[in-house]
Design a protein around this ligand. Structure first.
Ligand code: DC
Length: 346
């Protein structure tokens, strides 16, 4: 039988009154966010322990799990009464969930909702997810917003690019999924913060950031990104980064898969023509001799590959705010994101 590592997740929430409906809805929300934030499926849960402060006795919080199929799915569940400790938060439900997970214990999202957020301010992590197609301006906007908010910018596309670079350097065929699966386990990626606040990508300890924009690497990145095993490995690293820092993370699946509970989700879009025009201008500024139709064709090809793939295709996340950047400069787009962030009252 296959065995998996086990993690222990913690969480807490509060209610305003000792009523059955409040306890059940607060518990359901708590468990849902704990699982979602850590990418844990209900069938991976082994056991759930709840403890309630003594002022709560209208119903066992465990009853809320039935709707999620956890209890019926075989998880062992138990409720306890908490100790009365002077000054402790009233009307509070605490939970520990034991589950199978590849996440290391120090990279878990422990979850503190409602008044319980005050219990662990050190655990409060903020995140902004920015998704969209190639060339929509995600990285400029994300870097700008991260700089202004003092968050860490995580460019997830660079991680797929680094995986592609590894494959290219080591002579693998990126058109062959079997070949990609052969090398992905050997890719040792680390993300670091550069002196300029930007992200540096280390491959086996070597800084490869400067090579990630090469045309062959860009093309290879969308090929490795279709591979499920590559995606699983990257998502783990991305969640770890978000569990340790306040982040602005950009990519294709951030709001849908990596951080489905992000505090703010943005979907940046722009027409293929606008995106091709931006890339054309960039290349001309760098002294190149770009061909517009060729760039447009490349963009369309990558769009198709990114949105038609089976695993985590590019799509707008539930609850995402769509920002159309056709008529906006990148500075204006960043400003809109900041406005949306401030409007949330963070
Ligand atoms: O954003 P970018 O151009 O640097 O991304 C490189 C490739 O990686 C792109 O083809 C899409 C893919 N990607 C992805 O599948 N999921 C992400 N979260 C980020 C990028």
């Amino acid at each position: 039988m296959k065995t998996y590592p086990i993690c222990a997740l913690r969480g807490a929430t509060t209610v305003q009154e000792n009523t059955e409906s409040e306890i059940l809805s607060a518990t359901a929300e708590l468990v849902e966010v704990m699982l979602k934030k850590n990418g844990i499926k209900p069938e991976e849960v082994i056991s759930v322990l709840f403890s309630c402060t003594k002022d709560l006795d209208a119903v066992y919080p465990a009853v809320a799990l039935r709707d999620k199929g956890l209890e019926l799915g075989g998880a062992a569940v138990m409720c306890f009464a908490d100790m009365d400790v002077a000054g402790s938060l009233p009307l509070c439900i605490r939970a520990v969930i034991y589950a199978q997970s590849q996440l290391s214990q120090d990279a878990l999202f422990h979850v503190y909702l409602r008044e319980a957020e005050r219990l662990r301010p050190d655990r409060a992590r903020r995140s902004i997810a920015i998704d969209g197609p190639a060339g929509a301006g995600k990285s400029t906007v994300a870097r700008d917003v991260a700089g202004r908010l003092g968050f860490v910018y995580v460019d997830t596309g660079a991680m797929y690019r680094a995986a592609a670079l590894y494959g290219i350097e080591n002579g693998y065929n990126l058109d062959d999924l079997g070949d990609i699966e052969k090398f992905i386990g050997a890719v040792k990626l680390r993300l670091e913060r550069g002196e300029d606040g930007g992200q540096r990508v280390l491959l086996d300890g070597r800084d490869v950031t400067g090579r990630l924009r090469e045309a062959a690497v860009a093309e290879g990145s969308s090929k490795v990104a279709v591979c499920r095993r590559v995606r699983e490995a990257m998502v783990l690293l991305q969640r770890e980064a978000a569990a340790r820092n306040n982040v602005v993370m950009d990519g294709r699946d951030i709001g849908t898969v990596v951080l489905p509970c992000a505090d703010l989700k943005i979907y940046l879009r722009a027409s293929a023509e606008t995106r091709a025009r931006r890339r054309f201008d960039e290349e001309r500024e760098k002294g190149g001799a770009p061909v517009f139709d060729r760039i447009l064709e490349d963009i369309r090809e990558r769009d198709l590959r990114d949105s038609a793939r089976e695993h985590s295709p590019l799509r707008q996340a539930e609850g995402a705010v769509v920002l159309d950047t056709d008529g906006l400069s990148r500075e204006e787009a960043a400003e809109r994101v900041i406005e949306l962030w401030n409007a949330r009252g963070n």
